[in-house]
Design a protein around this ligand. Structure first.
Ligand SMILES: NC(=O)c1ccc[n+]([C@@H]2O[C@H](COP(=O)([O-])OP(=O)(O)OC[C@H]3O[C@@H](n4cnc5c(N)ncnc54)[C@H](O)[C@@H]3O)[C@@H](O)[C@H]2O)c1
Length: 410
């Protein structure tokens, strides 16, 4: 008789959009053979209650994380709270004997990185960081091409990321708009991009020259209110958001905001926004590779352009996630070989689910026993730390005007 698989007893902390969908509803819908949700924690119990019903769970709710750990003793804790709160939660979970999956970015400061790494080593438990972009089918194909030596050794990379004026603006509506909570978008968002680079290149960044300016949102706005719902400028604002038009977000955030004042539709033109919305960085890797990177947050398109330049050719990709024209349901990687080697157009079909299938592939890798990690996609705390340090170096450089070297914490 086949032996029944022992399911991993996991607890979810942070029941915003990410926790409720990726690590709640979707995880239980597709991977309940491997996992069992035993507890749900959020400082806002009304949001937690709504999240629990959206997830379709009957797990107990907790406001007190330490009490949840003590009463339930989960084997795994999944951390989906704001970025600056990850460290304390991760460390307490490790100390209770649990493994951890932390949403990206793993954390926001070098000191917090050190504390997490120390706790992981001391407890012997494991921290995974959810770098789902590594798992998108197109990223995996590019990684294979680089490792096969399709263009010889890579010497430089051109990498430009564009957030559209819906998704980009979203970061300026909430806690992400303050460096103290998100480390700025050089950390919060670019952690994905710097991690992709570190993984593609299989090397560590050592020196960064960054530039960052707030030129579109925040104090640059022509007028401002407190939040869209009550704003006198609704009719004239390009960024007006009608939360009530999205029943999911409305249920998860609007009524629960009465408990904690967390408005999902805060004004993107708030005077106190203190992060750049337009960023560039030049990065030098230990391997000698040079990278030219940019991140823009108010574009008519969402997606990225990346090119790897090598001694024997170039790999180029333009991946659009949203754009005001129709794209085929596949990505086109253009492999150009130097010295008359020709051009190959490699089509990689999009798969179902978030990040063109990357979210599903990552959950498979983490939860399905016996998964083969031949491309080393599963990311731990070292990868989580390295991409954050790169972002912090870019931010520091943008403020001081000099270049910044990464601290040698690792
Ligand atoms: N990998 C990805 O592609 C991806 C996508 C979206 C978000 N994220 C990450 O997921 C995390 C959550 O994002 P979100 O958009 O759902 O945020 P959110 O602000 O919508 O939700 C965060 C929740 O955490 C709760 N919370 C805050 N501090 C807490 C604490 N100390 N203990 C318990 N609960 C606490 C809040 O009440 C809120 O309900 C962030 O780290 C974000 O970077 C990752």
């Amino acid at each position: 008789m086949a032996q029944e698989l022992k399911r991993v007893r996991y607890a979810l902390v942070g029941t915003g959009n990410r926790g409720t969908t990726m690590w709640g509803r979707e995880l239980l819908a597709g991977w309940s053979e491997f996992v069992e949700l035993v507890g749900i924690c959020d400082l806002n119990l009304m949001r937690a209650e709504r999240a629990r019903s959206m997830i379709g769970s009957s797990a107990p709710l907790y406001e007190d994380f330490a009490l949840m750990l003590e009463e339930l003793k989960p084997a795994l804790v999944i951390v989906c709270t704001p970025d600056d709160t990850h460290d304390d939660i991760i460390i307490r979970a490790l100390e209770s004997g649990a493994d951890v999956i932390s949403e990206k970015p793993m954390t926001t400061t070098p000191g917090k990185i050190e504390r997490i790494r120390e706790a992981e080593a001391r407890t012997g438990r494991r921290v995974d960081v959810s770098f789902n972009y590594r798992f998108s089918p197109t990223a995996a194909r590019i990684k294979e091409l680089i490792e096969e030596g399709a263009i010889g050794d890579v010497t430089s990379v051109d990498f430009h990321w564009y957030l559209d004026n819906r998704h980009g603006a979203d970061y300026f509506r909430r806690w992400h708009a303050y460096g103290a909570h998100s480390g700025s978008l050089f950390v919060h968002k670019a952690t994905h991009h710097f991690d992709l680079l570190n993984w593609y290149l299989d090397s560590d960044p050592v020196e960064v020259k960054g530039f960052g300016q707030l030129v579109h949102y925040g104090r640059n706005g022509p007028f401002r209110g407190v939040r869209c719902k009550t704003c006198p400028h609704k009719g004239e604002c390009d960024y007006y958001l009608d939360l009530a038009a999205d029943p999911f977000l409305d249920a998860l955030y609007e009524d629960p905001s009465a408990l904690d004042g967390y408005h999902r539709d805060a004004c993107v033109y708030r005077e106190d926004i203190d992060i750049p919305d337009t960023m560039t960085a030049a990065i030098r890797y230990r391997s000698g590779v040079q990278v030219s990177y940019s991140l823009n947050t108010y574009m008519p398109i969402e997606g990225h352009h990346i090119a790897f330049n090598g001694h024997r050719g170039r790999i180029e990709l333009r991946q659009y996630e949203k754009q005001p024209w129709t794209e085929p349901p596949a990505d086109e990687i253009v492999l150009m070989k130097s010295f008359g080697g020709g051009v190959e157009r490699i089509w990689v079909p999009h798969e179902a689910g978030g990040h063109y299938g990357g979210d599903n592939r990552m959950r498979d890798m983490i939860f399905k026993p016996g998964s083969n990690d031949r491309l080393r996609q599963r990311a731990g705390s070292r990868a989580g730390a390295m991409s954050v340090l790169c972002g912090l170096a870019a931010l520091e450089s943008s403020r001081t005007g000099g270049s910044a070297t990464l601290p040698t914490l690792l």
